[in-house]
Write a protein that binds this ligand. Sequence first.
Ligand SMILES: NC(=O)c1ccc[n+]([C@@H]2O[C@H](COP(=O)([O-])OP(=O)(O)OC[C@H]3O[C@@H](n4cnc5c(N)ncnc54)[C@H](O)[C@@H]3O)[C@@H](O)[C@H]2O)c1
Length: 342
Amino acid sequence: MRILVTGSAGFVGAHTCQALQAIDGFHVVGIDNYNSYYDPALKRARIEALCQGSTQLELDITDSEALQTLMAEEQPDAVVHLAAQAGVRHSFLQPMDYASSNLYGQVSLLEAVRNTKSVKRLMYASSSSVYSGMDTVPFHEGMLLKTPKSLYAASKIADEVLSDTYSSMYAIDMVGLRFFTVYGPWGRPDMAYWTFADAILNNRPIRLFNHGNVRRDFTYIDDIVTTIVHLVEDVQDAAPEIKQHRVYNIGNHKPEPVGGMIEILETLLNKKAEVQLADLPPGDMVETFADVSRLQNDYGFSPDTSLQTGLERFVTWFQDWRSRAQPEDPSRTPELASGVEK
Ligand SMILES: NC(=O)c1ccc[n+]([C@@H]2O[C@H](COP(=O)([O-])OP(=O)(O)OC[C@H]3O[C@@H](n4cnc5c(N)ncnc54)[C@H](O)[C@@H]3O)[C@@H](O)[C@H]2O)c1
């Protein structure tokens, strides 16, 4: 089975390539544009550490012609589309990055998929941010989504609508994956678990938004990857006549106070954090909480790694990474640690 993974040098992408490439008879082709939203050296290091054996290419999904040519050559059976401009707060600063990668890029990808007849299923990343306009938890897939609070969230809802339309117009099986705050080794330097750990180790203050009243459904990377692997393996067994669009929440279904995460990090790093309370920034959600009954019913599985276990693994990796990283590495020196990104 041949699988195309977009955003393969990203946090979720590199782990996904590693897991899929390890399955007998699977070959992964990964593409990424190695943009500088955060240090591309981290992206290249992930490829080096996690993606041995797979084919990795530098390609921008907005280059529709190049993407089309690659898909025609590779004839993948399945596509796992993870390339996107991530981050809620960055969408207030650089909105066109979202228009380009998440909107134009999504259509470019959908066009390439529909023109490549070998593709039996497209799986693509959505986000818990699609629920940012909702005021009741837990979030379930059947909810009618209200106006989202950021361009990032809007772009993910748009991706779902575009995919639904393509699935119905061209009879292609598609699955949208609503990830809930993913964390773990080889993670993202813009996300809270990373910036908080870095701030604690460097004696910098941490800003805790909404004066500490923020809860996240933190989901460990291996649980995300296990879900993707289930969905890719299922492509082989799926009845060929089933060509539909579905979305799944992929979350730990256990919201945790962000202050609790700081306490776990303090214990693991054996150092106290200096916490500054702050208002909730525009676009941020007070709580995320995934109802995972759909995933559980269809695949008999849902994420369950505890925050304690997941953070232990992250901190072990992080300390090793810091000891190897160059001092001028910008991913190590954010100005002020804050918040929870997606
Ligand atoms: N990590 C999370 O907590 C989380 C939560 C919800 C949703 N998501 C979504 O999951 C996906 C993966 O997220 P991640 O955390 O691995 O982020 P990431 O930024 O680490 O990975 C995304 C990768 O896509 C690449 N990319 C961006 N634009 C591209 C383009 N135009 N062409 C080719 N490559 C491009 C980037 O270089 C990057 O390596 C994204 O779609 C993100 O929006 C992530």
